[in-house]
Design a protein around this ligand. Structure first.
Ligand SMILES: [Fe+2]
Length: 339
């Protein structure tokens, strides 16, 4: 039986059927009668959308089935999720440095496709599938809060996406390692997108949705452990795709530690959820508290495609007084796990 969801976590969404997919990450609203487009236009839509954002921040990722939401509404929703939970006013939707910028979609939409754009298959040829784990756009000084992906075209079978909980990844560290990592900072680097832009014959987009995210050097320094502004929980904030160096360590120490932390996320499948898409499924995730990776297990001639919008949040920070998720929820803590 799926775990019961405490009504306090759902707030005004409590009347819609939902279930937790795993104890630590992922909640689904399985009924096609639950439409995000209706939440957007409901009389109490601010309350509903604020509660949805809070739920996403706590559960990492939330799924909806058979959605009729348009791309314009998807953008609106991404903006309101952040706005209603305290996003700085200067943060808007992200424009990806390698954006298609078509008139139909706009530069604030990323086409997630197996055959074109930033997610096309072939980038990770001959590499382990686990190299794909990442949080979106952490190379930006102001990275993402909420992202929304709606898939409209799918292979006959395969192409699942996996998410992992950054809160739980933090909570699984021994207290000694957690304390060591708190206060360290790491460089995130997305300059490989220059090569992608060149291949596509495009220039890098230099104004990317927040005054901090400008220019052509796609690098930023962030805390290794950050405090989530909505939940207050501590979460691991380094990932395989973008994090290149922990600055306070030697190069070798950093490489080994980052490898350990990436394996910690990828190999603990009990802090992950795997989602099987259907046509017009929608996933909304919190890039501050999760990692995700696609699965390239389907026939290369098959198309898998959807539209993603990515909201920008705040500059990541670490508050030494913040608590971990297990500590707050009274789940057995790492301290007791490791004693
Ligand atoms: Fe992504």
């Amino acid at each position: 039986m799926p775990a019961a969801i405490p009504p306090s976590l759902l707030g005004s969404l409590a009347s819609y059927p939902s279930l937790h997919l795993t104890p630590h990450v992922g909640t689904e609203f399985p009924s096609p009668n639950t439409q995000l487009s209706s939440l957007l236009s409901a009389q109490n839509s601010d309350e509903l959308i604020r509660d949805l954002a809070t739920l996403v921040s706590h559960r990492g990722v939330v799924f909806f089935r058979a959605q009729d939401i348009t791309l314009e509404q998807q953008k609106q929703l991404a903006l309101r999720l952040g706005k209603l939970t305290g996003r700085p006013e200067t943060s808007s939707l992200h424009r990806h440095p390698v954006s298609e910028n078509t008139p139909e979609l706009g530069s604030d939409t990323s086409v997630i496709s197996s055959q074109m754009g930033i997610a096309r298959a072939g980038f990770r040829k001959n590499q382990r599938a686990s190299t794909g784990w990442h949080a979106d756009i952490t190379f930006e000084p102001v990275p993402s809060d909420y992202a929304i992906l709606k898939m409209h075209t799918l292979p006959e079978v395969g192409g699942d996406t996996l998410w992992a909980s950054g809160y739980e990844a933090y909570d699984r560290l021994s207290p000694a390692l957690a304390r060591f990592l708190e206060g360290l900072t790491a460089e995130h680097d997305g300059n490989f997108f220059h090569k992608v832009a060149k291949q596509d014959g495009r220039d890098i987009i230099t104004e990317r949705g927040a005054p901090e995210n400008t220019g052509t050097d796609l690098r930023a320094v962030h805390p290794v452990i950050r405090t989530h502004p909505v939940t207050g929980y501590k979460t691991l904030f380094v990932n395989r795709s973008f994090t290149k160096r922990i600055l306070e360590l030697t190069e070798d120490e950093s490489a080994n530690m980052l490898d350990y932390l990436a394996r910690h996320v990828a190999e603990n499948h009990d802090l992950q959820v795997r989602f099987r898409w259907e046509k017009d499924s929608v996933a909304i995730w919190d890039n501050r508290a999760t990692f995700h990776t696609a699965t390239n297990d389907y026939d290369a001639t098959e198309l898998r495609q959807g539209n993603r919008v990515v909201g920008l949040g705040e500059r990541p920070y670490f508050d030494p007084k913040s608590k971990s998720r297990r500590e707050v929820l009274g789940i057995q803590t790492a301290e007791t796990l490791y004693s």
